[in-house]
Design a protein around this ligand. Structure first.
Ligand code: FE
Length: 195
């Protein structure tokens, strides 16, 4: 049984940060530090919310702010799994908990052509990356390992599973999607009677 207290502490601190500021740069800097602290230890994520699926990567909702200001999600990458090229439309923070992943950013040229933004970033446990429409919002994420599971913890500036977003296909077409979540229940982070 994992001790989920670090997630509770993180959610409370992130909520307090958003009480203080709506400035995206501040949120990404200070929230990124909070997330780095959360993923510095891999002791708290319930095993059920770290389970890969053989067919596709999983996104498990861990917490959604009642005001829709942020959500926290565990992404579980089976061996070799990856996302399509996609956007977020809101700010996002990605913290690596277990394993490693590549994030390849893209820019859209006039006419819609996608151009890679340099080389892919390799995220290792404890590291944090940010995305947003202001700093670069289109990327493709891949498990860096062909033979092991990787897990990253993401925070977004909305209930991300309900946000209308876009996937950018190789043939230049764009498909809208709403990701939803892989889980029907969320962990109880509020039971403080447990040690
Ligand atoms: Fe993403």
């Amino acid at each position: 049984m994992s001790n989920i207290a670090p997630l509770r502490t993180f959610v409370s601190a992130f909520s307090a940060l958003l009480d203080q500021t709506a400035d995206e740069a501040q949120i990404l800097e200070k929230g990124g530090a909070l997330l780095a602290n959360l993923v510095a230890q891999d002791t708290w994520l319930p095993e059920q919310l770290a389970q890969p699926d053989p067919d596709r990567y999983q996104q498990f909702l861990l917490h959604a702010d009642s005001g829709g200001r942020f959500s926290v999600v565990s992404f579980v990458w089976g061996p070799g799994q990856s996302t399509p090229v996609h956007d977020h439309t809101v700010w996002g923070l990605i913290g690596m908990l277990r394993g490693a992943e590549y994030s390849q950013g893209f820019s859209r040229e006039e006419g819609g052509k996608l151009v890679p933004d340099g080389k892919a970033i390799l995220l290792k446990p404890g590291q944090v990356e940010a995305v947003s429409p202001a700093i670069g919002d289109i990327h493709k994420v891949s498990n860096a390992y062909p033979d092991q599971v990787s897990v990253s913890i993401h925070v977004y500036g909305a209930n991300i599973g309900a946000v209308n977003r876009s996937v950018y296909r190789d043939d230049g077409t764009i498909a809208e999607f709403i990701s939803g979540y892989s889980n029907d229940w969320i962990p109880n982070i509020w039971n403080q009677s447990k040690p």
